[in-house]
Write a protein that binds this ligand. Structure first.
Ligand code: GTP
Ligand code: MG
Length: 326
């Protein structure tokens, strides 16, 4: 396995290398997994890793996330930005056509060289979906300016995706009563930007916007200092309000970076990844061999250029050595 050359080809944006790397980080076999962690560790140290901005797009099924993304990608491509997309299908209950549908809806722009789309299905996945998504994100960050993650969700999955991204956009479905569900779940604080899509539906969209606006006034302040999550209206169908969505995403990218919130989020994400992936592989008992979850945080603190992926590799070897001796 020539990690060095794969790394170079990735940084050069070579499509074949991107597919190769995505397959590698999805491979659960022991040896491949170690190569993958090594690659991800090397990628994390690249300037490209922090230059790229990761945006999550979440919302109820059918809210128009893919359509909105398609419009955004077109608009970003006009500015010559390179865009990587991960479409996550978290539920096996969803219609089998969902992934294919996403692919088709995004196909026009996805055929271009500057756009790359990866679909990920939750079913048949051995590792955690969040970890797999994170690994794919790191790969795409090497080659693209923007990386978008589309996930369906109300509740649990927002919390999970919030840990994976630098900016979170919530796409509201007019009339779907999302707002109430969101308030109940207490997760109105998570999104950095709110978009009521399908503005072309008129009164229904207006009512949802008013409702959401009211709920947002009661919500906690944003995690990003100095940032008040904007509430926008857009129509992916009529291509209205798209530019404003893009402008606000760019504004949040700037705000989160300037305030140090970006670094904090990435750090938290790294800790979550390392803890979850070691726990899943070795369990509480395995982790206890190296001093428990506490030790993971300590290692990350004094990591000196080693990313969470490298730490998972190191600690995994230490745990295996300890268990081998015991
Ligand atoms: N009227 C109207 N319909 C829209 C708009 N955006 C999307 N749609 C329609 O809404 C439906 C769902 O759109 P998608 O973009 O697939 O929604 P999604 O949120 O990605 O759906 P899932 O990935 O299945 O959760 C499709 O029939 C779209 O044509 C819009 O701005 N206005
Ligand atoms: Mg979709």
């Amino acid at each position: 396995m020539d990690i060095e050359s794969l790394l170079e080809r990735l940084l050069a944006g070579e499509r074949a290398a991107i597919s190769e790397a995505l397959n590698l980080v999805d491979d659960q076999r022991s040896e491949q997994r170690e190569w993958a962690l090594e690659l991800l560790d090397r990628l994390s140290a690249q300037e490209a890793a922090t230059r790229a901005h990761v945006v999550g797009l979440t919302g109820a099924p059918g809210a128009g996330k893919s359509s909105l993304l398609n419009a955004l990608v077109e608009s970003l491509r006009e500015a010559s930005s390179r865009v990587g997309i991960i479409a996550v299908d978290p539920s096996s209950q969803r219609s089998g056509g969902a992934l294919l549908g996403d692919r088709m809806r995004l196909s026009a722009s996805a055929r271009e060289a500057g756009v790359f789309l990866r679909s990920m299905a939750a079913r048949d996945r051995l590792g955690g979906l969040a970890d797999a998504t994170r690994a794919s994100t790191v790969v795409l960050c090497a080659s693209f300016d923007w990386v978008f993650i589309e996930t369906v969700g109300i509740g649990q999955s927002e919390c999970e995706v919030a840990q994976l991204v630098d900016s979170l956009v919530f796409v509201a479905q007019p009339g779907a009563g999302d707002t109430l569900q969101f308030m109940k779940a207490g997760i109105l604080e998570l999104p950095d930007i709110f978009v009521v899509n399908k503005a072309d539906t008129g009164a229904v969209a207006d009512r949802t916007r008013t409702e959401l606006g009211g709920a947002l006034q009661l919500a906690e302040a944003s995690a990003t200092p100095g940032w008040k999550p904007p509430l926008l209206s857009a129509s992916a169908r009529d291509r209205t309000g798209i530019e404003e969505v893009q402008t606000q995403i760019e504004a949040h990218a700037e705000a989160t970076r300037a305030s140090g919130d970006f670094a904090r989020r990435r750090k938290e994400g790294q800790l979550a990844f390392a803890t979850e992936s070691l726990l899943r592989r070795y369990g509480e008992w395995g982790l206890a061999q190296i001093g428990g979850t506490h030790e993971i945080g300590r290692r990350l603190e004094r990591a000196e250029g080693r990313s969470a992926f490298g730490i998972v590799l190191d600690l995994g070897r230490e745990i295996e050595a300890a268990l081998g001796q015991g």
